[in-house]
Design a protein around this ligand. Structure first.
Ligand SMILES: Cc1cc2nc3c(=O)[nH]c(=O)nc-3n(C[C@H](O)[C@H](O)[C@H](O)COP(=O)(O)OP(=O)(O)OC[C@H]3O[C@@H](n4cnc5c(N)ncnc54)[C@H](O)[C@@H]3O)c2cc1C
Length: 417
């Protein structure tokens, strides 16, 4: 019981590869994209996710590329502040262990940490698979047939492994009534350093955040039926123009920037809810198993936590995978379910669908200035109610703190097809 094929090199995939290597397994990652995916918005990072990043030796890198916004500011059509709060309360609730960073930066940091000594195949994907008593036979579109002891789907909200093993996405997807789009632009003005700006109209929100190196990140969250979401970037841009074209604040300017971008992240705001996260020798991790949605603000941390627990249980059970998969689910199921409930509750607050809803949301945000109220309102959703188990990690190189030992150099290969 040694070889594990991981589908997906987003967040969960590299994190799992890192911990599997530390556990003495031989992971191979197959990623459909030609390289690590860039684009997307920023993700918030605290609690157990932060602890894990620390265990992986990533905090210095994260602090280098991360941000600590000091204010969330809601503006009206004229750009005037109508609501908001300082983020000191979040720092207080997390003991200062809180950082915001671009998703792509986190993915890169994780991959850099995990890649030594593992095989990575970019530009390929599993198109068929078959489980047998002695392993999983996976057919890769370009690399052909390969056999592994185990297979893990870490291929995100639209997981192919989940589709092949458990059935169509529609069976597990719970659409939260919104869609999301994000892109970056260079030299955009104005800049408001370390401030999240949000402009809202009923059913649509547009956010702006300044980044390092004179870049700015824009986020659209809007009410939408799942079936109406366009699939191609030109059609996605056209939909955003329709929705925001008559908006106030900086909508017009931001739509002009949108026309220029070649990298638009666009997706449904959905959750994945499944009865089981494994079947036979195949398990799912991260968004593929339990996407909590963008609105939880914690999908990446949860993906890292699940990767750690899955690898740890495989290590602790010495490869008895059924036992490990059962323990993995038992440890995390309630915790993830609570995060999903929190995100579903929060969905309406992000982009309220009525004017009255918008006013109410703004009133609540302003009330966060009252001492103790913010702690009461968000404390429950911020808190992590489980502790990370300790696992043996026999292949951890004790000399280099938390770095997995690299196996023989000849084993390491990184290739693209
Ligand atoms: C480009 C991109 C931008 C994102 N932007 C945001 C954002 O702005 N805000 C937010 O909250 N969340 C965003 N997400 C989702 C967020 O990364 C996840 O919620 C979270 O980090 C969980 O990570 P994951 O590894 O489970 O899934 P993901 O990070 O989605 O990673 C899945 C990986 O699997 C790959 N993949 C997909 N299909 C296949 C296949 N058939 N074979 C092989 N590989 C495959 C994908 O290319 C991707 O690299 C984004 C995801 C992507 C891919």
């Amino acid at each position: 019981m040694k070889t594990v094929l991981i589908s997906g090199a987003g967040i969960a995939g590299p994190a799992l590869a890192y911990w599997l290597t530390a556990a003495g397994f031989e992971p191979t990652i197959v990623e459909r994209a030609a390289g690590l995916r860039s684009g997307g918005y920023v993700i918030d990072f605290w609690g157990l996710g932060y602890d894990l990043a620390e265990r992986m030796g990533l905090i210095a890198g994260i602090n280098q590329v991360g941000y600590r916004a000091r204010e969330l500011r809601i503006v009206n059509g004229a750009g005037r502040r109508v609501a908001g709060f300082g983020t000191a309360v979040v720092s207080e609730l997390t003991g200062g262990r809180y950082v915001t960073l671009p998703r792509s930066a986190l993915s890169r940091l994780l991959f850099e940490r995990a890649k030594d000594g593992i095989e990575t195949i970019f530009g390929d994907e599993i198109v068929a698979l078959e489980q047998a008593s002695d392993g999983v036979r996976a057919v890769l579109r370009h690399a052909g047939e390969r056999r592994f002891d185990l297979l893990v789907g870490a291929d995100g909200l639209h997981s192919q492994v989940r589709r092949l093993v458990f059935g169509p996405q529609s069976r597990f997807e719970r659409h939260l009534g919104y869609a999301v789009a994000a892109f970056e632009a260079c030299t955009y003005r104005p800049r408001d350093e370390d401030v999240y700006l949000m402009y809202g109209e009923p059913g649509r929100m547009l956010g702006r955040l300044t980044l390092h190196e004179d870049r700015t990140l824009f986020l659209f969250v809007f009410a939408a039926d799942r079936a109406d979401l366009p699939a191609t970037p030109p059609a996605q841009k056209a939909l955003l123009r329709d929705l925001y074209g008559r908006g106030g604040w900086e909508c017009g300017k931001i739509l002009t920037e949108l026309e220029r971008t070649e990298e638009l992240y666009f997706d449904t705001v959905s959750q994945i809810r499944m009865q089981d996260w494994s079947r036979g020798r195949v398990a799912l991790v991260g968004d593929a198993a339990f996407c909590v949605s963008l609105l939880a603000g914690q999908g990446s941390a949860l993906a890292m936590i699940a990767a750690y627990v899955l690898a740890g249980e495989l290590c602790a059970s010495q490869g008895r995978f059924r036992q490990a998969f059962t323990a993995y689910e038992a440890r995390l199921r309630d915790y993830i379910a609570a995060k999903q409930r929190g995100a579903a509750r929060f969905a309406g607050a992000f982009a309220p669908k009525t004017q009255a809803g918008l006013c109410f949301r703004n009133m609540v945000l302003n009330a966060f200035a009252i001492p103790g109220l913010a702690r009461l309102a968000v404390g429950r959703d911020i808190a992590d109610r489980i502790a990370l188990p300790d696992y043996p990690w026999p292949a951890l190189d004790q000399g280099a703190k938390y770095a997995p030992a690299v196996r023989s150099a000849g084993k390491s290969s990184s290739r693209s097809s």
